[in-house]
Design a protein. Structure first.
Length: 287
């Protein structure tokens, strides 16, 4: 795909935030946009702007197969896949039930992998395409109490690196977007993804502190170093229009700042930095 040529874009997670902003941005740039969400009602506003809308659940194989088939039946192939859908799971390692861990990986990693596998054959046949994975600065550093979310974003780093090499010879570019703090409903959704209270474990107070710190980062002074969903959408549009896109694009001042800080710190120094924001769980801890 050469610079400034529009095509067919399939975008996941368009119910809000980055996905919705990206759908609007690509519509404005002349793309035929398939905006997806688990509930079609959540993308009615995008349909009103001219987007095609599809129900898509990244934890459901049949749903993914049907979505890709619908696009390919009409247009032959997906030109641009934006793997944006995902969420954060909060809670100390021991306190998060395994069903929640599995759901986190099913949505953030396995769904992204499978959807990408589904669009690749027709992309290869056309010898062009763009696959954009929306990762996070959280794929380069880890904060306590958010380990499973970070693990999914670390996974996207590795998967995109491998994919980039493997599909370049077919005219396909794999691109990773690494947003930092993005002022959106992320903090609001964090509450719904917090580990359940369990007074048999010494983590309730810690989990509450992690959640409060997360909300503060997205709504407090740190938000000044952040960006918006529109900033991410603009970066995605620029990356897919480039003749030779970079492998990675950071978004917002906070991303290169925090990634650079982590790179310079030893593990013990980083742990000390984290402890300045959230008190470590310890023997005798309880809510």
């Amino acid at each position: 795909m050469s610079s400034n040529i529009s095509g067919v874009a399939l975008i996941t997670g368009c119910s809000s935030g980055i996905g919705k902003a990206t759908a609007r941005k690509l519509l404005g740039a002349g793309y035929t946009v398939f905006a997806t969400a688990r509930k079609l009602a959540d993308v009615d506003d995008l349909a009103a702007l001219g987007a095609r809308t599809l129900a898509l659940d990244l934890t459901d194989e049949a749903s993914m197969v049907a979505a890709v088939a619908a696009v390919e039946a009409e247009f032959g192939a997906v030109d641009v896949l934006v793997n944006n859908a995902g969420y954060g799971q909060y809670g100390a390692f021991e306190s998060v039930p395994m069903d929640r861990v599995r759901k986190q990986f099913e949505t953030n990693v396995f769904g992204t992998v499978r959807l990408t596998q589904l669009v690749l054959p027709k992309m290869r046949a056309r010898a062009r395409g763009r696959i954009v994975n929306v990762g996070s600065m959280g794929g380069k550093l880890t904060l306590p109490g958010v380990g499973f979310y970070h693990a999914t974003k670390y996974a996207l780093e590795a998967l995109t690196d491998a994919l980039r090499f493997e599909v370049a010879g077919f005219g396909i570019a794999a691109i990773l977007i690494e947003p930092g703090i993005i002022v959106s409903k992320f903090a609001e959704s964090a509450s719904a993804s917090a580990a359940p209270a369990d007074d048999s474990l010494p983590y309730d107070a810690f989990n509450a502190a992690v959640l409060a710190q997360t909300v503060s980062a997205y709504e407090g002074p740190m938000a000044k170093l952040g960006g918006t969903a529109q900033d991410v959408a603009n970066t995605i549009a620029r990356a897919i229009a480039a003749k030779k896109p970079r492998g990675r694009y950071t978004v917002s001042v906070s991303a290169p700042l925090m990634i650079g800080l982590r790179r310079l710190m030893t593990d013990s120094a980083w742990d000390g930095f984290a402890a300045s924001a959230v008190k470590r769980p310890h023997a005798g801890s309880q809510a």
